[in-house]
Design a protein around this ligand. Structure first.
Ligand SMILES: Nc1ncnc2c1ncn2[C@@H]1O[C@H](COP(=O)(O)OP(=O)(O)OP(=O)(O)O)[C@@H](O)[C@H]1O
Length: 233
């Protein structure tokens, strides 16, 4: 498959524990596909994303087809002593160049933070901090974006705005996205398909495709929720 990413985790254990956290997990991501991953708490979702991001190389198996990656974590992880623009530019090879600054400004405009570039993170709402973290993930020009519950602890309104923003950015740029969440509705709102992880050791327990056009309304989501939940059981 042209441009596909293949993830094979034959066995992942952490040092000092004899137990496999992930075993026999195989996943193919088509270019431009939005895959949501849902699984029981503590089953290995973050471990899987870290392996895909190249942050954890101590596992049996291999990942092929990945070139550039952006990662969005559960917490925004902004540096409190840097303003928003400098936080975004920080991940570039040479953060202080005019080109990088211009790109940082353009990204902040795209995520709706045009008026907040000189502000410090503490002045931003939770939703705005998540937007900044999203802009930072886009800074290196990734083709694959890995998101680990990026909307956790946001109120409903802010989460909905972020869902709309992520969907719009994905559609404009054809990113390949892997999005971990424990919320079925959040997955249905955005994903082409939802992959279910089994309990420990984690492997793929099943998947369901969501053949709905975007934007997806609450009504659309409610219509397919039952099918998705049934597929999870
Ligand atoms: N550095 C580590 N050393 C030892 N065990 C670890 C380490 N990191 C994670 N684990 C274990 O691996 C398992 C999977 O953890 P992970 O954080 O990947 O799960 P998760 O599905 O992302 O959890 P949650 O739903 O709570 O976010 C857990 O049992 C956890 O205790």
């Amino acid at each position: 498959m042209a441009g596909a990413i293949r993830v094979s985790v034959e066995d992942k254990r952490f040092p000092g524990t004899g137990k496999s956290v992930i075993k026999g997990l195989n996943l193919t991501l088509k270019e431009g596909e939005f895959t949501a991953i849902i699984g029981p708490s503590g089953t290995g979702k973050t471990t899987l994303l870290r392996i895909m991001a190249g942050l954890d190389r101590r596992f049996g198996g291999n990942i092929t087809g990945v070139d550039s990656i952006g990662m969005v974590f559960q917490e925004p992880r902004l540096m409190p002593w840097l303003n928003v623009l400098d936080n975004i530019c920080l991940v570039a090879d040479d953060p202080s160049t005019d080109d990088v600054k211009a790109r940082g400004r353009a990204l902040l405009e795209q995520v709706g933070l045009a008026d907040w570039m000189s502000a410090y993170p503490h002045a931003l709402s939770g939703g705005m901090q998540r937007r900044a973290a999203l802009a930072r993930a886009l800074m290196p020009g990734p083709r694959l974006i890995l998101m680990d519950e990026p909307l956790v602890s946001l109120d409903k309104g802010a989460a909905k705005e972020l869902v709309e923003l992520i969907t719009a950015l994905w559609q404009e740029n054809n990113y390949t996205i892997v999005y971990v969440t424990h919320l079925v509705d959040e997955a249905i709102a955005m994903a082409d398909r939802i992959v279910f992880l089994s309990g420990s050791p984690a492997s793929i327990a099943g998947e369901v495709t969501i053949p709905l056009p975007h934007p997806r309304t609450d009504k659309d989501i409610a219509r397919v929720r039952e099918t998705v939940v049934a597929a999870m059981l």
